[in-house]
Write a protein that binds this ligand. Structure first.
Ligand SMILES: [Zn+2]
Length: 312
């Protein structure tokens, strides 16, 4: 079976699952190769029947990378049978609750995992009213002042907790920053999300690259270059085409999503982070994306899993 044929079968299968609202098929983890699994495909409001944002990159059956940990991803992490021990990296895109609120709960859960290795974690530096990664972690984990100070070992490696190896990427950074090097390489780049410091991530394993656009308004040419030729490009679809005002400073309209994916030359575009206002007319919004982007388009659902064939 060719790469294209297998991907078409995969995509059509996912589409059926999504539109039929069936239980997500358990397809992860495949024993070999790279796969993207969606932990949460919803937004910040508890009315969309979905967990908030979170994604896992599986490699050879192991959950190696976590991108975002919004509300509800704690439960999905367990349902996916992901392993805290197996994780090489956690990338937090920004400190809105729908991208980060379950992270301390996942850390507590990880306390029982037997993990002994430090855990690299990246996130944005401070900007506007938002803390940077370090201050955000301190606000929860600091020994005497943190809300969850009983987990302070994650800051210094004490008490049988593993140290979090922190990397902050300043919001005014104009070039991609390498935040993990090795068998998996991960780069981060600030993306435009109104006044909120936010990062996109590019995860590369061999010939496969998965780009996470995060919440953004689609106006950054630097991001389009960052996402160039991505095997999978994950973009968010929280607003309809007719949105105005603050919404379009925060988020990309469907036509903007299509333009970014088209100009980046992405192989497959995964749409996620739906909200009631974009789900209300989902077929129309996805149709606008499909009109502007000729590649494969996958509509994500919680726990949907996408094996990513090696292109070599
Ligand atoms: Zn956001």
């Amino acid at each position: 079976m060719t790469y294209k044929t297998s991907l078409l079968l995969l995509v059509s299968g996912l589409w059926t699952v999504t539109t039929a609202c069936a239980e997500p098929a358990r397809q992860c983890p495949p024993a070999d190769g790279v796969a993207l699994q969606v932990l949460g495909s919803g937004g910040p409001i508890a009315d969309d029947g979905r967990a908030s944002t979170g994604y896992i990159v599986w490699i050879d059956g192991r959950s190696r990378v976590l991108v975002d940990a919004g509300g509800g991803t704690f439960l999905r992490f367990g349902e996916a049978e992901a392993s805290f021990v197996d994780m090489d990296f956690v990338g937090l895109s920004h400190f809105h609750t729908d991208h980060s609120a379950d992270f301390p709960a996942l850390l507590k859960s990880g306390n029982f995992s037997g993990r002994e290795e430090p855990l690299p974690v990246a996130g944005p530096g401070p900007g506007g009213p938002f803390p940077g990664l370090g201050a955000w972690l301190d606000s929860m984990l600091a020994a005497r002042s943190g809300a969850y100070g009983y987990l302070s070992g994650y800051l210094d490696g004490s008490g049988r907790l593993v140290k979090l190896l922190q990397t902050e990427v300043a919001p005014d950074t104009e070039e991609p920053v390498r935040v993990l090097d090795g068998e998996i390489t991960i780069d981060a780049l600030p993306v435009p999300h109104a006044i909120v410091p936010a990062l996109g991530y590019r995860v590369t394993v061999g010939d496969v690259s998965i780009v996470f656009a995060s919440d953004q308004n689609g106006s950054s040419e630097a991001f389009t270059a960052f996402a160039k030729d991505a095997t999978l490009l994950v973009m968010h679809l929280p607003i309809p085409e007719g949105a105005t005002g603050a919404a379009i400073k925060l988020h990309a309209r469907p036509s903007d999503v299509a333009r970014v994916a088209r100009e980046a030359g992405a192989g497959t575009l995964v749409l996620s982070h739906f909200m009631a206002r974009s789900l209300a007319d989902l077929d129309v919004n996805v149709g606008i994306v499909r009109t502007g982007f000729e590649g494969e388009v996958v509509v994500a659902s919680d726990l949907a899993c996408m094996p990513v064939p090696d292109q070599s």
